[in-house]
Design a protein around this ligand. Structure first.
Ligand code: AGP
Length: 618
């Protein structure tokens, strides 16, 4: 998820640069590990790009001022392919310098295209997938002589999710964009026009915008906007008025970043899946640089993480043990390194972290590596300490997670650990190819299923408002529903400052049931009745046990599971999904509930008291 801006105006002035700089400042929430701007004037293209936050780009611009221009494109990056370095920062120029591009998304076929271009003599300057598009575009431009035509030809060759913007050195009054799945929107000005990854890019300059659809190319000049499909057929885009102010625009119109990030979850799962399976349904984890022979010899997996990331690890445990028949231990990082764990060269340590900077997890990694274990990081932040100190990194592609309470990163972590499990199952032969393909096919349906749960959020929000004075809430789950229950409790604790406890439903009779009193709210995550029905029936019994003692039973259950109706005060339905994948939908009502209850209490949802987004101290 990156921030993109495009601008074109009549005059040659400092305005393109100013618009780009202000836009990138507002788009930093979309990515901030590097940034760059290219401007176009009669003399050609000039650019500055720098790794680091936007302040680094500002310093670079002060050192090397860009000239007056009539067009500009800018980019603030959230790295997915190639670490956060100056070379990997956008824009990327073609070898002949004739065009410059910025990109948001993941080009799934970038490797094959890169090979083809290298074969044709192209010398690459970066490790990014984006640079492929710059070279392809320049070759098409040279052949066709028209930048929009060249963009259409290039877009037709690309697979995956992308928003591309381009400028050409020989035409400073034109910016061309193309989008597939990744966002792009047009801003309409007077004698100037804008392109942005979202309206936050240009909301300070205009409130008139055009919506772009899938597989479309847009060409902006100072006085015109033309939209076509990838085949060149003209399209009339929908015009709308932006009714957000700049602050709301940065949050995508949502009240809080957490609200926005809950809604980003379908894309976070989709983007984490992108490019990790071949067209034939084989797993491909290019970045997993751990020797295959070693992965085949692994006799134990230890997941180390903290907080929500640890709960993602707990979900992974059920899946990986079932698919790979390898024992999986899930350890809180801060406990792991002090308990003298049994770690050998045949132990694969999986370190899960959104920030990649959690000191407890870093120290646990160091301890594990000293014991001879290989470490794979499942991490959301490229170039982070945990990514760098691990033997390999399997990146989640959730985009920057701004809210302290983790949501989309959690779903992306679960998705990435599923992919790791399927990869190990494929490598070790514990799964048939058709089994892997079937699970991947179900995983590809999960973004829509998550979206369906989010669409039903109003009922959950209403309950949250009714319960805003609750002082204690319990969460029960069994099997993969158990870590979901623990995550639901953590969300409520960290957002609404309410005592909440998640525990295994089977543990109820071993003590916790003593907590049940008249009116005690109890969330229960019910397994699918289509899976292991023994699990389902056991949880139904648990619901009856607490209900018989006066509990308010708030149930998360699969659509069609009518057996829960008689025992539930309130039911939050989630779409049917395979048992092991169900956490991706089951947790969403609990996230929405905690977020809405905290809002109802007037609390700071994005920055709860006493917490930090990344705990960089032990
Ligand atoms: C989750 O909502 C919390 N913000 C916290 O538990 C977090 O998951 C934990 O601190 C781990 O952070 P990391 O994923 O960045 O390592």
């Amino acid at each position: 998820m990156c921030g993109i801006i495009g601008y074109v105006g009549q005059a040659t002035s400092s305005r393109p640069l100013e618009v780009a700089r202000q836009a990138l400042a507002r788009l930093q929430y979309r990515g901030y590990d590097s940034a760059g701007i290219v401007v176009a004037n009669q003399e050609g293209l000039s650019f500055v790009k720098r790794a680091g936050k936007l302040s680094a780009l500002e310093e670079a611009l002060a050192e090397s001022p860009l000239p007056a221009a009539s067009a500009a494109i800018g980019h603030t990056r959230w790295a997915t392919h190639g670490g956060p370095t100056d070379q990997n920062a956008h824009p990327h120029l073609s070898q002949d310098g004739s065009v410059a591009v910025v990109h948001n998304g993941i080009l799934e076929n970038h490797q094959a295209l890169r090979d083809e271009l290298v074969e044709a003599g192209v010398e690459f300057q970066s490790q990014t997938d984006t640079e492929v598009a710059a070279h392809l575009l320049a070759r098409a431009y040279q052949e066709l002589g028209d930048l929009p035509d060249a963009m259409r030809a290039t877009a037709r060759r690309l697979e995956g999710a992308f928003t591309l913007l381009a400028v050409a050195q020989d035409n400073p009054h034109l910016v061309v964009g193309a989008r597939r799945t990744s966002p792009l929107v047009v801003g309409l000005g007077e004698g100037e026009n804008f392109l942005g990854s979202d309206v936050a890019a240009f909301v300070a300059c205009t409130d008139q915008a055009l919506e772009l659809g899938q597989d479309q190319v847009v060409t902006i000049t100072p006085d015109a906007v033309a939209v076509t499909d990838f085949g060149g057929n003209a399209i009339e885009p929908r015009r709308f008025t932006i009714d957000w102010d700049a602050s709301a625009a940065v949050k995508g119109g949502f009240e809080t970043f957490m609200d926005k990030e809950i809604h980003d979850q379908p894309d976070a799962v989709r983007d984490t899946l992108l490019g990790r399976m071949t067209p034939s349904g084989q797993m491909q984890l290019d970045e997993l640089r751990v020797d295959e022979a070693l992965l085949r010899s692994v006799d134990k997996i230890v997941v180390i993480a903290c907080g929500t990331a640890a709960y993602a690890g707990h979900v992974a445990k059920y899946a990986i043990e079932h698919w790979c028949r390898i024992p999986v231990e899930v350890e809180l990082a801060h406990e792991f390194r002090y308990r003298d764990p049994v770690v050998t060269a045949k132990t694969l340590v999986v370190a899960i972290s959104q920030s990649g900077e959690t000191m407890d997890t870093i120290m646990a990694i160091r301890h594990a590596r000293e014991q001879g274990a290989k470490v794979v990081a499942v991490v959301n932040t490229m170039g982070s300490t945990i990514a760098r100190e691990s033997d390999a990194a399997l990146y989640t592609h959730a985009g920057p997670e701004v809210a302290v309470a983790s949501t989309k990163a959690f779903l992306a972590q679960i998705t990435a650990t599923y992919l790791l499990g399927l990869y190990l199952g494929q490598l070790r032969g514990t799964m048939f190819p058709d089994e892997i393909r079937a699970i991947l096919s179900e995983l590809e349906k999960m973004p829509d299923r998550i979206r369906q749960v989010i669409e039903g959020e109003d009922v959950i929000r209403q309950l949250a408002v009714q319960m805003k004075d609750a002082t204690s809430v319990l969460f029960l789950g069994r099997h993969v529903g158990y870590p979901v229950a623990m995550e639901g409790a953590l969300k409520l604790k960290e957002l609404a400052y309410i005592h909440a406890e998640g525990f295994a439903a089977g543990e109820l009779k071993h003590g916790p049931i003593a907590l049940i009193d008249e009116g005690q709210p109890v969330f229960v995550v019910v397994p699918s009745p289509r899976g292991r029905d023994i699990l389902h029936d056991k949880v139904l019994s648990n619901i009856q046990e607490v209900r018989a003692r006066g509990a308010r039973t708030l149930v998360v259950a699969e659509e069609g599971d009518n057996a829960v109706r008689e025992f539930a005060e309130q039911i939050f339905w989630v779409p049917q999904a395979p048992t092991l994948l169900a956490p991706l939908v089951a947790v969403v009502p609990l996230q929405i509930f905690a977020c809405a209850l905290a809002s109802a209490k007037g609390l700071d949802v994005d920055q709860p008291r006493n917490l930090a987004k990344s705990v960089t101290v032990e």
